[in-house]
Ligand binder design. Structure first.
Ligand SMILES: [Zn+2]
Length: 304
């Protein structure tokens, strides 16, 4: 064997050694069968917006007030408080007890209810929702705790709390939102992720124009303007300023608007000094932060 043949034999051995290292040394461990016990709400998560009764359901604020009514036993009261603790550890939400005007009301019923051969463990969901362009805003939700169900975590109370936060039932048996409660079900990762996404938007108002129409009659302008608060907080008072080619022609004061409420303003015979105008601009002049400021301006061009 010449030295060349010897070198290529050595090289061959080296390649074999590297291949053995590559194929047989376990750098990563793979656990088989994890997909069977996937606890998420969605088993094949394409969109996360399908988990709730309506799109983008949330309370105005991440701090939610609650009241547990006196009829609840100490055990149910403790289960509910433990559910609050678990959800606030997993998300940005905080829960605090009040005596009246609560955002979340918890009632209890000691009588067992049976439907389709199953014990009804509880009921829960939003009862007062205001629809806006950005969110469906929850003002009040109710929980009714019926059956005690002993697991390591208070599954029934958590399930009903998630309903109150707007979550629907999941078709995954391992998820806590499955219609039939069993110990061992868990919250998964997509529910806390979606809660944190929804509440990542600050509690701010959001005034925007809904419709604007304007007509010039000679030197007079007629206009109809509608605005709405699509935000998560009552607005302070603002003014709408109308410009004709950059020059202010009218200012209209608007008093504060609650979440979801709006106003229609009809204007007639505003005298315009310019001989001809190319554009009329409408501006919501607010001196507070909003979810979106870019929707505070609308421009109409005159048709030539
Ligand atoms: Zn349910």
């Amino acid at each position: 064997m010449g030295w060349k043949a010897f070198l290529s034999f050595l090289f061959f051995l080296l390649v074999i050694a590297l291949l053995i290292l590559y194929w047989f040394i376990p750098f990563d461990t793979v656990e088989f069968g994890t997909s069977i016990s996937n606890p998420n709400f969605n088993l094949n998560s394409t969109s996360l917006n399908n988990m709730q009764f309506y799109s983008n359901l949330r309370y105005p604020d991440s701090e939610i007030s609650y009241k547990i009514y006196d009829e609840c036993t100490l055990q149910k009261k403790q289960d509910m408080e433990r559910a609050f603790e678990i959800i606030s550890n997993l998300t940005v939400l905080k829960f605090y007890s009040v005596n009246f005007n609560e955002g979340l009301s918890i009632f209890c019923d000691e009588k067992n209810k049976i439907e389709n051969d199953l014990f009804i463990a509880g009921e829960g969901g939003p009862v007062n929702i205001t629809q806006t362009d950005n969110f469906n805003v929850i003002f009040n939700a109710r929980i009714l705790l019926i059956q005690d169900f002993r697991c390591d975590i208070p599954n029934v109370a958590i399930h009903e709390l998630l309903h109150a936060l707007g979550f629907d039932h999941s078709s995954n048996k391992n998820n806590i939102m499955y219609p039939v409660t069993k110990c061992g079900q868990s919250i998964g990762e997509d529910i806390p992720y979606w809660v944190n996404y929804l509440y990542s938007f600050e509690t701010l108002p959001d005034l925007s124009f809904e419709n604007i129409s304007a007509v010039m009659k000679g030197k007079y302008l007629d206009a109809e303007i509608s605005i709405r608060n699509n935000g998560l907080k009552k607005t302070e008072s603002v003014k709408i300023v109308i410009y004709a080619d950059g020059k202010i022609i009218k200012e209209i004061p608007i008093e504060s608007l609650e979440i979801g409420s709006g106003k229609i303003i009809s204007l007639a015979n505003i005298w315009i000094t310019q001989l001809s105008i190319d554009e009329i601009k409408f501006v919501i002049d607010s001196n507070f932060d909003e979810l979106d400021k870019s929707n505070n301006v609308a421009v109409l061009k005159t048709k030539k």
